[in-house]
Ligand binder design. Structure first.
Ligand code: C2E
Ligand code: MG
Ligand code: MG
Ligand code: MG
Length: 284
């Protein structure tokens, strides 16, 4: 309640904060019910070999549609799940469904899966992943875990142990959204990554800005030296893909090649792409 008009702004701000907090709690409660009911679904976005355009794997992306709220973006519900302690069960649900679906795909295709920062300080994470793979019969050598730099900062020693446990059974580890978070090149010395994913921010400006071009070329040279695979994220235009091939970037992901789709549509996509030869782009 505003006592004097001069303080009105403060009251409004508080009210807004209250509303935001209520909204978060509402989403949290609905999400808890959805996870308990098994109502969060994995969608899959193709990752391609940039030169041949052949699909080499899929990234798992969680999707949730609430009856009242409608579709809620993972950019909204993942941070809430982390903050309110729901990320563990949510993640296990999505990984179980994802590996059940991916089990039926051609065995040369990998599946990648995102881990949240809080999961990298939880020593149960490794065991939980392994027990899901055991139950669904999904070969760990076909699984990739995507983690961000933020996830490595809180407790690097704990993250290191989890990463080592996963790599020991053949799970590959990629560094996601590279170039955005609290980037530290030192991290690349401490941790062994199998793959690096260049953040969409660099890819979207590759054609119209010299710094992005130089940064991408430097990342590619560094990855070659360190023996890491590279995937450029967020490719939306042919010209971006062409440029990345010229620079020697091996992998790509983005709306140009395919949007995230549910398990059924992904099977359809795989049947279609098996039926026609891959498109080979002539470069140079
Ligand atoms: P991410 O792991 O970096 O995933 C890539 C995001 O970029 C996805 O957003 C994808 O839909 C979007 N994307 C892909 N290609 C393009 C493109 O060409 N243009 C544009 N504009 N966007 C593109 P999405 O699905 O909204 O997910 C957002 C973030 O939420 C993910 O970023 C990831 O950090 C997190 N996330 C999603 N699913 C999970 C999950 O199961 N577990 C955890 N821990 N995090 C998840
Ligand atoms: Mg990712
Ligand atoms: Mg990413
Ligand atoms: Mg991202």
């Amino acid at each position: 309640q505003a006592k004097r008009s001069g303080r009105g702004a403060v009251v409004v701000y508080t009210r807004e904060m209250e509303d935001a907090a209520k909204r978060v709690t509402h989403i949290e409660q609905a999400l808890r019910r959805a996870v308990a009911a098994g109502d969060v679904e994995p969608h899959f976005q193709p990752i391609v070999d940039l030169e041949t355009r052949r699909t080499v794997g899929f990234e798992t992306l969680a999707r949730w549609t609430d009856r009242d709220l409608g579709p809620v973006s993972p950019g909204v519900f993942i941070p809430i799940a982390e903050e309110r302690g729901i990320i563990g069960p949510l993640s296990q649900l999505v990984l179980r469904k994802a590996t059940e679906a991916a089990r039926g795909w051609p065995s040369n295709l990998f599946l990648s899966f995102n881990l949240s920062p809080s999961q990298l300080v939880d020593h149960n994470t490794g065991l939980q992943i392994l027990s899901i793979l055991e139950r669904t019969g999904f070969d760990p050598r076909r699984l990739e875990i995507e983690i961000t730099e933020t996830g490595l900062m809180n407790d690097p020693a704990s993250a290191q142990r989890i990463v080592e446990d996963l790599r020991r059974v053949g799970i590959r580890v990629s560094l996601d959204d590279f170039g955005t978070g609290q980037s530290s090149l030192g991290r690349l010395r401490e941790f062994q990554f199998d793959k690096l994913k260049i953040d969409r921010a660099f890819v979207s400006s590759i054609l119209d800005d010299r710094p992005s071009e130089h940064i991408i070329r430097a990342i590619l040279a560094m990855c070659e030296g360190l023996g890491m695979d590279v995937v450029a994220e967020g490719i939306e235009a042919e010209a971006q893909a062409d440029r990345l091939v010229q620079f020697g970037c091996g992998g790509g992901q983005g709306f140009l090649f395919g949007r995230p789709c549910d398990a059924d549509a992904t099977l359809g996509y795989l049947r279609d792409s098996a039926a026609r030869p891959p498109l080979r782009k002539v470069v140079g």
